[in-house]
Ligand binder design. Structure first.
Ligand SMILES: Cc1cc2nc3c(=O)[nH]c(=O)nc-3n(C[C@H](O)[C@H](O)[C@H](O)COP(=O)(O)O)c2cc1C
Length: 213
């Protein structure tokens, strides 16, 4: 109950109406013609105690990120903070709220090798208080996005994309942002065949699936 009210408060704060699974955002189909096309899936994802799925050893967003990478033959980069978040869910949401309010850019570990050589970048994240985890902005703001094709996806506990593709578009200056995907965290964690179907249908819809054929 407590958790639910935290989430609803977050949704309210962010002016969110819970969106349908395929909340449309952005331009039409993607470009995927060149054989030399380089694709990256960059994502943030947490283990530990999670909303609606219990204690997990593989993050919900990581599960979806790996599915997308497998289907598009992409490289993966996991954005991890130098300072870890509390294991316990409520403590995690408190820290995340403070970071959001202060627009903190937490230090992150490592970087993508040869980032400029990628022309398509999937950006994946759990919805945190109706926004991206601040560490994703750390990553985004470290890099140049001009001319890239950016494709957002998230996992969530009811908010859907929560308007985050607009935030991704604002942050990734000069990029073309395609329609995003929202997968429920519980589906990613406990019903992988359904999650896989959602990922495949979305990739086909945005014109990225033919990359694999
Ligand atoms: C700090 C924090 C804030 C969250 N805020 C929201 C939210 O505003 N809306 C929502 O639907 N889910 C929210 N959630 C739930 C996560 O988005 C969901 O559990 C997600 O699948 C976690 O992904 P991960 O396992 O990749 O970290 C929040 C979770 C945390 C830890």
């Amino acid at each position: 109950m407590m958790r639910k009210s935290i989430l609803l408060a977050g949704a309210f704060m962010a002016g969110i109406t819970f969106s349908p699974l395929f909340a449309a955002d952005g331009a039409g189909a993607g470009t995927s013609d060149a054989a030399s096309h380089r694709t990256l899936v960059v994502y943030f994802s947490q283990t530990g105690e999670q909303y609606g799925v219990g204690t997990i050893t593989k993050g919900n967003t990581e599960i979806i990120a790996e599915m997308i990478a497998a289907e598009t033959k992409a490289n993966l980069f996991h954005v991890e903070t130098v300072a870890s978040y509390p294991f316990e869910y409520k403590a995690q949401t408190d820290v995340a709220m403070k970071e959001l309010r202060a627009k903190v850019r937490p230090a992150i570990k490592g970087d993508v090798k040869d980032f400029d050589s990628y022309d398509t970048v999937y950006i994946g994240y759990p919805i945190w208080w109706g926004d991206l985890p601040m560490a994703m902005y750390t990553f985004i703001e470290k890099h140049g996005w001009n001319g890239k094709q950016v494709i957002p996806f998230c996992t969530h506990a009811g908010s859907g994309l929560a308007g985050t593709p607009g935030k991704v578009r604002a942050a990734c200056k000069g990029a073309t942002v395609l329609e995003g995907l929202a997968v429920a965290g519980t589906t990613a964690q406990h019903d992988r065949p359904t999650a896989e179907k959602e990922v495949t249908a979305w990739l086909q819809k945005i014109g990225m699936k033919q990359l694999t054929s």
